[in-house]
Design a protein around this ligand. Structure first.
Ligand SMILES: Cc1cc2nc3c(=O)[nH]c(=O)nc-3n(C[C@H](O)[C@H](O)[C@H](O)COP(=O)(O)OP(=O)(O)OC[C@H]3O[C@@H](n4cnc5c(N)ncnc54)[C@H](O)[C@@H]3O)c2cc1C
Length: 475
């Protein structure tokens, strides 16, 4: 089946464009073109390689702005993108010459403490959700970097430090208000528009623009976090100690195991983020005593802190700018020989290509029991099993290296794929172009048995594939 070719702003009647711009109150909602102040900022993204020169950017400030923009894009069959945190590296929240709905001004968050619900507009960042909820001693499941958008992260699955205890972000979505391709505003929940509610929890970017999410909030105390670095010679003993910890771990603790280079000398290093969901340092020391048996860390910082600060600890390695891509693998065990092979590959590659020095491999050892306790067909998110997520973060400077770095990322992915069933997490299969998503086999590795049902729903709610960015389902 073929779908209508997407048009650019320059392809449509300029009078139509002018009329569309004039339909907004310019004092409230900005509609920006290349010549306008604020345009460059509005197309900035986390990774430089995902910046595209949009024909028009609408900085939505209310629900009606979303409806108008969706209707305009649909009627004119425009290349259309939605941007929240702008963290996708493939450019899936950008458009070269088309129309972008920038959601960042829709970032209000409010908390209903009685019902323990968080209402967050679809342009908010997880840091904004964390801070508002924390005022009431509450938190929901977000990602581990505060400037990630709730839009993309929540719609693809979402995991973070609280996943072992409370599940995925999608498991904590209690409702949402979305605008579908036909311009309809629909409220979704377990008993309203159930099939769309099912679909947005794992495959959301295919079905509409989320104006507002409703998240379940949980009681949250202060926490203790340890940042430890060990020299490369300790790799084997650090993996062994981590595996011993894994055998007895609880749901209130986590380790993120990172292979990177430590500035300023940039020596290969093993970095561990130890998270204890308890305010006591004594409890922290007890939980992670086995890790300290590896020997003297070259760096150690243990701190009690409010929960929102936890998601700011990786700021240095996750800042804006330069070229970046993210690939992932899901493994069912923490295998020393794969970690060693990936480590050697990382060291050789970054020795050979110093401009990729600040790439890193992060192994997130979440406890998947909570994720696995929910059947795979109860939300669109499919890989409901015990798994550890490996994120291969590629960072470099020049376009010339795009393919070289991507091929290295694929190589590391294939090392870890031997320890899993090749399922993929849609939010971490984000490379420098959207090309990767054109492979249907890969999409089946993301949505598994839910893929056919998602195709049916796409046929029903977005038959002309208006939402055509990122991992697109073509019905
Ligand atoms: C530094 C960093 C840290 C990360 N950490 C984690 C983590 O801890 N856990 C995790 O699960 N993932 C994590 N990710 C992956 C992350 O989930 C994805 O990159 C996600 O797409 C980011 O969402 P965004 O809104 O920032 O991105 P954007 O680029 O703005 O959007 C990504 C996609 O979502 C769509 N979208 C955005 N907002 C909306 C909306 N309101 N309605 C409809 N569609 C929308 C866009 O159209 C686009 O297709 C991380 C990524 C980065 C770069």
């Amino acid at each position: 089946m073929s779908y209508p070719q997407k048009k650019l702003i320059k392809d449509i009647d300029p009078n139509e464009v002018q009329k569309f711009k004039e339909s907004f109150d310019n004092n409230i909602t900005k509609v920006l073109t290349e010549v306008d102040e604020g345009y460059e900022e509005s197309i900035t993204r986390w990774a430089d390689n995902s910046i595209r020169k949009a024909g028009i950017v609408v900085q939505a400030t209310c629900l009606d702005d979303i409806v108008k923009t969706v209707n305009f894009a649909n009627k004119n069959n425009l290349d259309f993108a939605v941007c929240c945190g702008g963290h996708s590296t493939s450019g899936s929240s950008s458009s070269e010459g088309g129309i972008v709905l920038n959601m960042r001004k829709l970032n209000k968050v409010r908390v209903d403490t009685g019902k323990k619900l968080i209402y967050a507009q679809g342009g908010a960042l997880f840091g904004e959700v964390d801070s508002e909820a924390w005022k009431y001693g509450l938190a929901t499941v977000g990602g581990i970097v505060h400037h990630t958008g709730i839009g993309g992260l929540s719609l693809g699955g979402g995991f973070g430090y609280l996943t072992s205890k409370h599940g995925l972000t999608v498991d904590n979505i209690m409702g949402a208000t979305i605008v579908t391709a036909d311009g309809e505003v629909r409220e979704l929940s377990a008993n309203k528009n159930e099939e769309l509610f099912w679909a947005i929890r794992g495959c959301g970017i295919n079905f509409g623009v989320v104006y507002e999410f409703i998240f379940k909030a949980h009681e949250q105390k202060e926490i203790v976090v340890g940042l430890l670095a060990f020299p490369a010679e300790k790799l084997d003993s650090a993996v062994e100690a981590t595996n011993t910890w894994l055998r007895n771990r609880g749901i209130d603790e986590n380790i993120t195991f990172i292979i990177n280079r430590l500035p300023p000398e940039n020596k290969p290093t093993i970095k561990l983020v130890l998270f204890s969901n308890d305010p006591s340092e004594q409890v922290f020391r007890k939980k992670f005593s086995i890790i300290y048996e590896c020997g003297e860390p070259i760096f150690e910082k243990v701190e009690r802190m409010p929960y929102p600060k936890l998601n700011m600890l990786l700021d240095e390695s996750s800042n804006y700018g330069i070229r970046k891509a993210v690939l992932s693998a899901q493994v069912d065990h923490f295998n020393i020989s794969s970690v060693r092979e990936a480590y050697d590959s990382f060291v050789n590659f970054t020795n050979e290509h110093p401009e990729a020095t600040y790439s890193f491999i992060a192994i997130d050892l979440i406890d998947g029991k909570k994720i696995a306790s929910i059947p795979s067909d109860s939300t669109a998110f499919h890989p409901r099993k015990q798994f550890y997520n490996i994120a291969i973060i590629q960072r470099w400077n020049t376009k010339h290296y795009d393919k070289i770095v991507y091929n290295w990322g694929k190589n590391v992915q294939s090392i870890f794929n031997k320890d899993g069933d090749k399922s993929l997490y849609v939010n971490f299969m984000d490379t420098t172009t959207e090309h990767v998503y054109k492979n249907e086999e890969m999409l089946k590795n993301v949505w598994g048995k839910n893929y056919e049902k998602l195709k049916e729903l796409k046929r029903k709610y977005d038959p002309n594939v208006l939402f055509r960015k990122g991992a697109v389902i073509f019905p």
